[in-house]
Design a protein around this ligand. Sequence first.
Ligand SMILES: C[S@@+](CC[C@H](N)C(=O)[O-])C[C@H]1O[C@@H](n2cnc3c(N)ncnc32)[C@H](O)[C@@H]1O
Length: 347
Amino acid sequence: MYFAVIGNFPEITLAELKLIDAKDIKKVWKHLIVFDTKKEDQISSLASLVKWWKIISISEIQNYVGDKKILWMEDKNQAVKFKKQLNLKRYKEVGLLHTDMDVKKKWIELIKIWAEWGIVLWYQNIKLYELADFEKPGRSMQMWMMPAKLTHTMINIALSQAENKKFKLIYDPFCGTGTTWIIANYLWYDFIGSDIKLWFALKNQEWWENNRNFHNQLFDFFDQDISKPLDEKLFAPLLDHETLIVTEWWLWPIIKQSTTAEQVYEYQRWVKNLYLQFIQTIADFYDKHDEKRPVMVFTIPVYIWHENIIQDLITLLCEKLKWNLEVVEELYKRENQKVWRKIMILK
Ligand SMILES: C[S@@+](CC[C@H](N)C(=O)[O-])C[C@H]1O[C@@H](n2cnc3c(N)ncnc32)[C@H](O)[C@@H]1O
């Protein structure tokens, strides 16, 4: 049995947990879940777990501690006892929901919930998310870069739906600054990106080549207006591999306090057309070649306090195309944003 601290979006976590065939999932508190899986070796690949731990017996603790120090959670008396018993130098208190750099690097974290002892085996990969979000030279908060952690979660959701687990390629048709590209390569997948404006991605190319260490997966970018048919030659690799499409579509423009309702409706109409054309472009490309359509995981904007027609129209189009659409009910939202995101899965 495993415990995990999760982030703010339980439904999104549930969608991601499918990747490890998690069973018996129970929510204990707002941020704490229990689950079981036969794929312990893959739990650490889940992005929406802040940290996870495994239940162990008290006699096993020594095996995990080795020459490390120990971290204690709630009960100081027990900590003092352990310190003596296990010959530890020190103990430290850390909140259940928090992670601590020191602890991550050097310590062993023990957690006791009810009568069960758990040993923390993984913390979320903040360094990777910082790299993808903030360290690349070509980036722009103005263009709604997809948060790297959300991107990682969406890739996992796509993977959980993939048929042949040995697919080779992730494609982002609105690649922007390349968040999907960086995470995809980091996870050992080849990547193709396209955009109507490749400026940001090209700016990050050299930087990524110098920073990616041993993650030498392939990547390539093409100029492509996604409302037009895909270029046959450039996009041939999509047909040669099992491809997963993971993307964040156009959310522009940023809605400000001063934005009027009329303007929001105008943006919605414009964005809506782009989305519908995009789905049609991908379906046409695969249908024309008699190939099975790929799994797509994408976010659409949800304009707060305004009628949201985009989801309905996508639903209608997918019914017409006989393409199975699933919606993750929870909205991904950040403080002070006027546009929230919804995750959709096409398969
Ligand atoms: C919200 S950004 C994507 C950001 C990206 N996920 C990232 O992490 O940087 C949307 C992208 O859609 C692109 N775009 C807008 N209209 C397009 C179209 N018709 N065809 C292709 N790309 C388009 C924009 O140039 C922009 O880079």
